[in-house]
Design a protein around this ligand. Structure first.
Ligand SMILES: CC(C)(COP(=O)(O)OP(=O)(O)OC[C@H]1O[C@@H](n2cnc3c(N)ncnc32)[C@H](O)[C@@H]1OP(=O)(O)O)[C@@H](O)C(=O)NCCC(=O)NCCS
Length: 262
């Protein structure tokens, strides 16, 4: 059984750090330490864990002991935006990870929905995070499943990264913006179809991109796609278009769908 809840105490923060290293392979320059996880939670951010529960034999008193193992986490920081009406609080979600053995069972989405529920319970209505636009699965989850939109492209946002998922490419990122109580997000949460939007432009990510990134011999091809798509996104965003949808074509290529936000 999996339970999603706030992490508590240094041991659970440590388990998040271990899963972070297992997921991204960060070196000591990039890894976020457990003290920062603890702090994030204390200052209005979130450290949520997905815990697998299983009973582990009997205790000395004869009662069954329940053992919990962290199989996923979401970590976020509080943010403040300047608006004409004064500062507006929001949540910046910095990390989401699920153990490879537990992926594609809906846990990533459940962690995000719990982040949303928790933020709304404190009156926070906006969440954002960055993601690599070349990661087809992440785009599918962020845009198609969760209903985030993206209208900002950040070139080489984190500089050089030791993340093994980055494959040595510049850390280009799209900014996912999640309006937590928008009709679109509420429809997706309830698994109802969201309103259809007019698509003005499509930007494609080849299905082979992950393979190309992973090998020295083909990395150049992935880099070419990154450069070409970077230009396409920047041009589209400068015309006021926004990523409003994401789909997979019959070959498994990822297709960003851009249109105007009504
Ligand atoms: C991103 C991540 C957290 C998602 O966790 P998860 O538990 O597998 O996510 P979910 O199962 O909730 O949703 C994934 C969706 O993508 C789909 N998917 C899986 N592989 C896919 C692929 N290659 N292309 C497109 N979609 C894919 C799944 O079918 C699922 O959709 P569904 O609900 O319609 O079935 C996990 O893959 C991970 O830890 N990745 C490494 C770290 C990372 O990239 N983190 C995010 C950026 S910070």
């Amino acid at each position: 059984m999996i339970r999603i809840r706030s992490c508590a105490g240094m041991d659970e923060m440590e388990a998040c750090v271990d899963l972070q290293i297992e997921t991204w392979g960060y070196d000591e320059n990039d890894v976020i330490p457990r003290k920062t996880f603890l702090l994030a939670q204390k200052i209005g951010g979130q450290v949520l864990g997905a815990f697998e529960t299983g009973s582990e034999g009997a205790s000395e008193r004869g009662s069954k002991e329940v053992h919990e193992t962290l199989v996923g986490f979401a970590m976020s920081l509080p943010g403040l935006k300047s608006t004409p009406n004064g500062p507006k609080p929001y949540i910046h979600s910095h990390m989401l990870a699920v153990r490879p053995s537990h992926r594609n069972r809906g846990l990533g989405a459940q962690l995000k929905w719990e982040q949303r529920r928790e933020a709304l319970s404190r009156g926070i209505r906006h969440m954002e995070w960055t993601f690599d636009p070349l990661e087809i699965k992440n785009a599918f989850l962020n845009i198609h499943r969760l209903g985030a939109v993206a209208g900002e492209y950040r070139v080489n946002f984190y500089g050089v990264s030791s993340s093994r998922l980055q494959g040595g490419l510049p850390t280009d990122r799209l900014l996912a913006e999640w309006e937590l109580d928008s009709p679109r997000v509420e429809a997706l949460l309830a698994r109802r179809p969201a309103a259809v939007r007019i698509i003005e432009e499509r930007i494609l990510v080849p299905a082979s991109i992950e393979r190309w990134k992973a090998s020295e011999a083909t990395r150049e091809r992935a880099f070419d796609v990154q450069l070409e798509n970077r230009q396409k996104f920047q041009q589209a965003f400068s015309r006021g278009l926004v990523v409003v949808g994401f789909s997979l074509d019959a070959e498994g290529n990822g297709v960003y769908e851009l249109g105007l936000l009504s």
